[in-house]
Design a protein around this ligand. Structure first.
Ligand SMILES: *Cc1c(COP(=O)(O)O)cnc(C)c1O
Length: 336
């Protein structure tokens, strides 16, 4: 077990929080007025940045200082053509004068949304397009490329999909640090926390941090990409990163539940219900959500709170991703 003060100290150190140019990792919480209740809250990680998807800012907050310390000049970033992590990395790396070489699944027939925004940062000829049939070997191809660049004397780093990497752990753990701050400041202690998962890095870090603190909260993870098994395999990895980071042994994982989204189950898919919910959340809650991640988490949380008759203080993490909405505004099912 570790103390809260140690968690804070180590996260602050890895994210260089005391420096002027550090990413700001504090977001507020506010109530949602769902079901006439007053104890359902949302954490606005979407407000961490306009351009960088909320929780990505947390991952990059420890990743970037580590890359700079190693003198890295180029980073291979792996992901889908519409990946929030790739679009975020294009910003955080370029800002820090590190060249980004995207290895992307594609090319897409039509560049809209994130893929189009990405072309503001990188020229098409700098992108390595990997076809679906070769996608399983993407990491191998990226490592081959990196090896070749290394032989030319370039300091290069390969960032796995979704920044699922030990260097992103301290930044990912900043979410727990900040929830603890929200609790202290509001006097509310959360009994249930809902979070979405793509690669799972952020949700797994939250769980691993809770184990390290021996914090008892019930976590509800909406698994949007991959399977429950893949989430659990990722969790084992992140538990190991966490043991190494704090140099402690960890106890049992707290209670957590996994859900596939209540609708549009395959990753990135949308339907009428998804767009209806985006509109409902905008009109009733005043919150912008995106069709890939946050709206499916909101929708699944609403359904679960009712189905399971969840009591007590409930927190939903709004992980950001609003820019992705730009690719869907002209979608035929998105009628407003
Ligand atoms: C990337 C992303 C996630 C998922 O994060 P993982 O750490 O890959 O699970 C969730 N929501 C938004 C908005 C994202 O951009």
């Amino acid at each position: 077990m570790i103390q809260e003060s140690e968690l804070y100290r180590k996260v602050a150190g890895a994210c260089r929080l005391e420096t002027t140019e550090a990413f700001r990792l504090q977001s507020r919480i506010h109530r949602l007025r769902w079901f006439g209740r007053s104890e359902i809250w949302v954490k606005r990680d979407d407000e961490l940045s306009f351009g960088v998807s909320g929780t990505k800012l947390r991952k990059h907050a420890s990743l970037i200082p580590a890359l700079k310390q190693q003198g890295i000049e180029e980073v291979v970033v792996i992901g889908g053509a519409n990946s929030n992590n790739v679009l975020s990395a294009a910003q955080t790396l370029t800002e820090n004068n590190i060249r980004i070489t995207p290895f992307l699944l594609g090319p897409l027939p039509q560049k809209i949304g994130n893929a189009k925004l990405l072309s503001l940062f990188v020229d098409d000829c700098e992108i390595q397009w990997i076809s679906r049939s070769r996608w399983a070997d993407c990491e191998v191809l990226a490592n081959d490329y990196a090896e070749n660049r290394r032989s030319q004397g370039i300091k290069i780093f390969v960032l796995p999909e979704g920044a699922h990497h030990p260097l992103a752990l301290p930044g990912s753990l900043s979410l727990l640090v900040d929830i603890l701050r929200n609790e202290r400041e509001s006097g509310v202690r959360f009994d249930h926390i809902f979070i979405d998962a793509g690669t799972g890095m952020i949700a797994q870090s939250l769980l691993a941090g809770a184990v390290a603190l021996e914090r008892k909260t019930i976590f509800h993870v909406v698994v949007l990409a991959g399977s429950f098994d893949e989430f659990q395999a990722g969790l084992s990895k992140v538990m190991q990163y966490t043991r190494e980071f704090f140099d402690v042994s960890l106890g049992q994982v707290p209670d957590y539940y996994m859900y596939y989204p209540a609708t549009a189950k395959s990753f990135g898919s949308t339907n009428k219900a998804v767009f209806e919910e985006i509109k409902r959340i905008a009109r009733e809650d005043g919150v912008l959500t995106d069709p890939v991640y946050s709206v499916k988490m909101f929708l699944t949380a609403r359904q679960t709170i009712l189905d399971k008759k969840l009591e007590g203080n409930i927190l939903l993490i709004h992980s950001g991703g609003g820019l992705a909405l730009s690719g869907f505004m002209d979608h035929p099912m998105f009628s407003v």
